[in-house]
Design a protein around this ligand. Structure first.
Ligand SMILES: [Zn+2]
Length: 98
């Protein structure tokens, strides 16, 4: 599975950029001390979900994580719901489930 990294240092707009090491050009990938290893993950969407537990604003790298590049505000709003759904699967059935 691909190895994902998040840049600890935010960009000028305050977003932290997600990178996949194997696909990222060397001049784009963050410096060693700035790259936080996330692990070997299924895909960039899983990586983004994981990153969002710690960072409020995240974006996929333009070169190596294109499937999650500029997901936009809509996607950011959707993430807590997605995490909630994942939690429901792991735990008990919600009472509101119709
Ligand atoms: Zn990259």
């Amino acid at each position: 599975m691909p190895s994902y990294y998040i840049a600890r240092r935010p960009q000028a707009d305050g977003t932290h950029v997600l990178h996949e090491r194997a696909k990222c050009p060397p001049d784009c990938f963050p410096a060693r001390e700035d790259a936080e290893y996330l692990g070997e993950l299924l895909d960039a969407f899983q990586a983004i979900a994981l990153v969002r537990l710690n960072y409020r604003h995240v974006n996929g790298c333009l070169w190596c994580a294109t499937e999650v590049h500029e997901l936009g505000t809509e996607a950011e709003v959707a993430w807590p719901a997605a995490r909630g759904a994942a939690g429901q699967r792991a735990g008990h059935m919600p009472a509101t489930l119709a």
